[in-house]
Design a protein around this ligand. Structure first.
Ligand SMILES: O=P(O)(O)O[C@@H]1C[C@H](O)[C@@H](CO)O1
Length: 301
């Protein structure tokens, strides 16, 4: 008897897209929740970095599973909820958990929350992540402002903007030479100095994952100018910039990438979680002060 091919659920998920009307419906659903104020800033919390969301004042939590058409988090270290609240006088929304390409989600699913947050009113997107260190001058535990990125999946055709373009989301063609806001980078540098927190600056490379990089891949990434490597952030940054948002990105260096064959097999996820835990307080302290230092004019239309 011939073997029947089974339905590939991942392939179904990988093709999911959202119309403007659907994104608008989700935004309206969230804005109608009691206690939710239209946020000015969206913050994506990377692996193990969700603690920032717990510090918001006048919090309203909405679980991803309770939001119509929203994906759910499947990765340890990503709680799976939106947390609305205030930092100082600024209403913000934190994603406590993001979606990754390696979970089987389509680029539209990975970036859906950015479009939802845009339609809820954000002007600035802050994306944090855990990343592996490739730069011999950096160390595990360092915080790095992302000054640019290398979006490897997009160079291979997995760009979230591939497909029909609805101009209500942004233009068909969009340049990325000023993707990470220089204005926000300057604010961050000033805040880092005031708090005496050392902030590195560098280039983030995205590997689709979930495999960590081979030794040869790490060497190739260093050769093309990457300082750190992770499995997220680039899709969200591109969709945010396409939508006219100002983007700020920060990596926590949770592990050194393996550049030596004598090292043996390594999977870094447990280390990622423990470094996230041990450096979480500085990440929180930085963002609480950074958000307060963003000028009001940056958050206006
Ligand atoms: O969501 P981020 O980019 O912070 O998560 C990183 C990449 C993988 O999801 C995971 C690997 O440990 O951490």
């Amino acid at each position: 008897m011939p073997i029947k091919a089974s339905t590939n659920i991942n392939m179904d998920r990988a093709q999911t897209t959202y119309t403007y009307e659907k994104v608008e419906e989700i935004a309206k659903f969230l804005l109608a929740k009691p206690g939710v104020k239209p946020p000015k800033i969206g913050i994506i919390c990377g692996t193990g970095l969700g603690g920032l969301a717990d510090t918001l004042v006048d919090k309203v939590d909405v679980e991803y599973k309770d939001i119509p058409s929203f994906p759910i988090s499947t990765v340890k270290g990503h709680a799976g909820k939106l947390v609305f609240g205030n930092i100082g006088k600024t209403p913000v929304v934190c994603m406590k958990g993001r979606f990754h390409m390696y979970e089987g989600y389509s680029m539209s699913q990975v970036t859906l929350p950015v479009r939802v947050m845009k339609l809820m009113g954000i002007k600035v997107l802050c994306a944090t992540n855990a990343a592996g260190n490739l730069n011999k001058n950096f160390q595990v535990g360092d915080l790095m402002i992302i000054k640019d990125h290398i979006f490897f999946p997009a160079l291979g055709g997995f760009n979230p903007l591939v497909g029909p373009n609805d101009p209500r989301f942004g233009p068909r063609f969009h340049g990325l030479s000023d993707l990470y806001s220089r204005e926000l980078k300057a604010v961050a540098e000033k805040v880092g100095k005031e708090l005496n927190i050392t902030l590195r600056e560098g280039v983030y490379a995205m590997n689709a994952g979930p495999s960590f990089e081979s030794v040869a891949e790490c060497k190739m990434m260093i050769a093309v100018g990457a300082d750190v490597v992770g499995m997220s952030t680039c899709p969200e940054a591109v969709v945010a910039a396409h939508a006219g948002l100002k983007v700020f990105g920060m990596s926590l260096l949770t592990n050194d990438c393996i550049l030596d064959y004598s090292f043996g097999p390594a999977s870094h996820h447990e280390q990622v979680l423990s470094v996230g835990e041990s450096r979480g307080d500085d990440v929180k302290k930085f963002f609480l002060n950074f958000i307060k230092a963003i000028p009001d004019s940056t958050l206006e239309d």
